[in-house]
Design a protein around this ligand. Structure first.
Ligand SMILES: [Zn+2]
Length: 67
């Protein structure tokens, strides 16, 4: 799986606020992802992100198609 900063992803496990859509702020051994619904960001081990990953959101792909 190839994750990049700025991508929006969907996760199986929701944030306590109920949102399950996240924006990637940092990648590495640990990811920093921001909950789109409430705006909080958390550090999550890459393994957990991959395990809970459900798909990319379209926001960034739309831009790529224009190029
Ligand atoms: Zn949240």
């Amino acid at each position: 799986m190839d994750f990049q900063v700025g991508q929006m992803i969907k996760m199986k496990k929701p944030h306590p606020c109920g949102g399950n859509e996240w924006k990637i702020l940092r990648v590495g051994m640990d990811f920093r992802i921001q909950c789109i619904k409430c705006g909080r960001d958390v550090m999550v081990p890459r393994k957990l992100v991959e395990k809970n990953f459900r798909g990319f959101l379209q926001a960034d792909t739309v831009q790529n198609e224009k190029n």
